[in-house]
Design a protein around this ligand. Structure first.
Ligand SMILES: Cc1cc2nc3c(=O)[nH]c(=O)nc-3n(C[C@H](O)[C@H](O)[C@H](O)COP(=O)(O)O)c2cc1C
Length: 377
């Protein structure tokens, strides 16, 4: 099997779970690891400042378990000192790797200067080295003012230098089609010491529209000298992953929405790599079993009433994809205790899917993404 290393960390495969805020929580990551084939799971993006303030929500997001190994935490922010301190906290906490978010297009994140806003060029790109004093005071600049690219590279270096675990960056191709900054940043971040770059082949302005630009990903692969580049975007099947590897020359592939729709995809990819063929994904009953297990894992983290409320979103999405009839989905949503939930699930199991075969492959599941002008996300 082709191996993938993040610095000294050998990943279990070169197929990685991409963070999907609200979905790729610990219970889901455990499920994916149990099904096999995944090289690394990453948490949802976590605000670096909230981690330093030990906010309960941020601490919830970094919860882990021995089955969730190896695991990375993704942080976002634009204040270099805050990012550095958060990274040190995470290292002490025991993460295997730290990922810096430079891809999030959501306004709440970009207006503070974090996420994909870090890829934006300022009107005057001043360049040149930035010293530690400037670095720690660059955060005092008006929030949302783009940092100079040299300051972004220095931010990344300050995180890399502060920890021994590998640091990676996940980014988009750039802010918009006039600012395709990913190749340049990838090169600079490699020099700053990052262990890998993951690249979603869309610009921030594209949001999730259109299709992924694999030639843009290829340019990032060509821009770096030795670190692995992880291609990301629109991989839903083994054929899609093969195309990503083939057309971009990337070392690994990370999969987000495709893994939610088919959590068996990592196992399929490893089987394909080893034998040229692969088993079909699980069917209706396997999915229902995953759903029950995921809920049990959530109950290990939260008291039952909270776990039930938290599980409604994931459950809604799962059950729609499983073609469960609306009245049964409604019954699931009304359950207020785990025994009511079990009654609802038993009814769902008896009824089976609507309009598709119980043992066959479930139809492609659609994961909702924000829509409308990206400026209003
Ligand atoms: C609902 C949702 C939440 C996401 N949350 C994150 C996140 O927290 N951090 C991040 O880097 N990317 C996030 N992404 C982007 C994905 O990781 C990924 O780059 C993108 O969905 C394209 O890959 P895919 O086609 O395999 O899903 C999110 C995407 C979606 C749809």
């Amino acid at each position: 099997m082709i191996s993938l290393h993040y610095g000294g960390l050998r990943l279990k495969s070169r197929y990685l779970l991409s963070p999907l805020a609200g979905f790729t929580n610990l219970p889901f990551r455990r499920i994916v690891h149990e099904l096999g084939g995944v090289g690394l799971g990453t948490t949802d993006l976590v605000n670096a400042r909230s981690l330093l303030e030990r906010r309960p929500k941020a601490l919830d997001l970094i919860a882990t378990h021995p089955d969730d190994s190896p695991f990375a935490v993704q942080i976002f922010g634009h204040d270099p000192c805050c990012m550095r301190d958060a990274a040190q906290f995470l290292e002490e906490y025991g993460v295997d790797s730290i990922d810096i978010n430079m891809g999030c297009p959501v306004d709440k994140v970009t207006k503070t200067g974090g996420g994909s806003a870090l890829m934006r060029l300022p009107i005057c790109d001043v360049g040149g080295p930035v010293d530690d004093f400037q670095l720690c005071h660059s955060a005092d600049a008006a929030e949302g003012t783009p940092l100079a690219p040299s300051a972004v590279a220095t931010l990344v270096r300050s995180v890399v230098d502060a920890v021994r675990v590998p640091v990676t960056v996940k980014m988009r191709l750039g802010w918009d089609e006039t600012q395709i900054t990913a190749p340049r940043f990838a090169r600079e971040f490699e020099q700053a010491g990052v262990a890998a770059i993951a690249i979603h082949g869309r610009t921030r302005a594209q949001g999730f529209s259109g299709s992924v630009d694999r030639s843009g990903i290829r340019r990032v692969v060509e821009a770096v000298e030795r670190i692995p580049v992880i291609g990301n975007g629109d991989v839903r099947t083994v054929d899609d992953a093969a195309r990503m590897l083939d057309e971009t020359g990337c070392t690994g592939v990370s999969i987000g929405r495709g893994a939610l729709a088919n959590p068996w995809i990592f196992r399929q990819l490893v089987q394909w790599e080893q034998t040229g063929t692969y088993d079909p994904p699980g069917g209706f009953d396997d999915r229902l079993q995953l759903l029950r297990r995921q809920f049990a894992y959530l109950c290990e983290l939260h008291p039952e009433p909270r776990a039930i409320v938290m599980f409604r979103k994931m459950g809604h999405w799962y059950l729609r994809g499983m073609r469960v009839r609306p009245h049964l989905r409604h019954q699931f949503q009304l359950a207020a205790t785990s025994s009511e939930l079990e009654v609802a699930l038993a009814a769902i199991q008896t009824a089976g899917p609507h309009g598709v075969s119980r043992s066959g492959v479930l139809p492609d599941l659609h994961v909702p993404v924000p829509s409308g002008p990206v400026e209003r996300w």
